[in-house]
Design a protein around this ligand. Structure first.
Ligand SMILES: Nc1ncnc2c1ncn2[C@@H]1O[C@H](COP(=O)(O)OP(=O)(O)OP(=O)(O)O)[C@@H](O)[C@H]1O
Length: 300
């Protein structure tokens, strides 16, 4: 079943078109990366999915159920972590989760056991202090726990790592990796290295539309330049390798473009080097990282 289906969604604010006939399907899966630069329309899309914002046209389905603007019915299926989660600072984490559980109609025992389980998962079980003393990373972790209280089928996280330092980001990524066993996650961000670490599939939102979508590894393979990078054990062998393969010396490696190595690039290069007696540290086909791809697809 599709966790999320967006059909022909359009939204403008005044004259500004933010979403322009947007179509997107997120299947039941692990972690889906929703990528777009600042102002691309990620938060707008999420607010429409949550029924908090009215679309001009188009439809959104969560687990096959149609989202109605102003109705919270489909939100029982969704856990939401906003980009800047708000809390009652005078409470501690346990009190806050208890309040969230009570407001959503969970019974006492369930609240107790689920809170304990989630606080343990996000590393806050032993934290007794008030939320007002929490770091941003701790608040994001508590936000994830709160969003998961009612075992949602889909967790939507709006830029959960953007304001965090590298350690805080690492914590959140590792928590989301654990969450995926139980819940599909949509993870919006403009930090592509985070996406590469945990997402299997991605969609890139640009100018109100999805300009690229698919499996991260397939996308990388599709866009590989075919260049082969060769790193010799001895730098003195660089020129000899370049001569044998038709490549060029770049810093401490040789880059062989595919045109010089025929259709089966790697085996052609390997056979040219086979009898040379040159020892190699590394030989690999180069793949672009998501940052490069992102710049390519948004035309920068
Ligand atoms: N209520 C509003 N009224 C007018 N313009 C709005 C409103 N909400 C969003 N916008 C505009 O819509 C565009 C998309 O905003 P949105 O917050 O969805 O982007 P985003 O991809 O989430 O960006 P960011 O990464 O900066 O959060 C922006 O140009 C923003 O200024």
């Amino acid at each position: 079943m599709n966790m999320l289906e967006i059909r022909h969604l359009s939204k403008r604010f005044g004259d500004k078109v933010v979403l322009d006939d947007l179509n997107l399907v997120v299947e039941e899966e692990n972690i889906f990366g929703f990528i777009g630069r600042n102002g691309a329309g990620k938060t707008t899309t999420m607010k429409i999915i949550l029924g908090l914002l009215e679309a001009d046209s188009g439809e959104v389905y969560v687990c096959g159920e149609k989202v109605q603007y102003g109705s919270a019915k489909t939100n029982r299926l969704i856990g939401y972590l906003p980009d800047v989660p708000e809390f009652y600072g005078y409470m501690n984490a346990r009190e806050y989760l208890r309040l969230c559980g009570e407001l959503s109609g969970m019974d006492k025992e369930e609240i107790k056991s689920r809170s304990k389980e989630l606080l343990e998962m996000v590393g806050l079980l032993k934290e007794k202090g008030k939320i007002k003393g929490y770091s941003r990373g701790m608040k994001q972790r508590l936000g994830i726990a709160q969003a998961l209280m009612k075992h949602p089928k889909l967790l939507i996280c709006d830029e959960p790592t953007s304001a965090l330092d590298p350690l805080g980001r690492k914590d959140i990524l590792s928590i989301l990796s654990k969450v995926q066993d139980e819940t599909s996650v949509i993870f919006s961000t403009h930090i592509l290295s985070d996406v590469e670490k945990i997402c299997r599939n991605v969609a890139i939102l640009e100018k109100g539309n999805i300009v690229m979508q698919g499996n991260v590894n397939d996308i990388r393979l599709r866009h590989t330049s075919g260049d082969i990078c060769i790193v010799p054990e001895r730098l003195s062998d660089l020129d000899a390798i370049a001569n044998l393969t038709g490549g060029a010396v770049v810093d401490d490696k040789v880059i062989v473009p595919p045109a010089n190595s025929g259709s089966s690039a790697m085996s052609a290069v390997l056979s040219k080097l086979a009898d040379s007696g040159i020892d190699l540290l590394k030989i690999e086909q180069m793949e672009p990282d998501l940052d490069q791809l992102f710049m390519e697809v948004i035309g920068k």
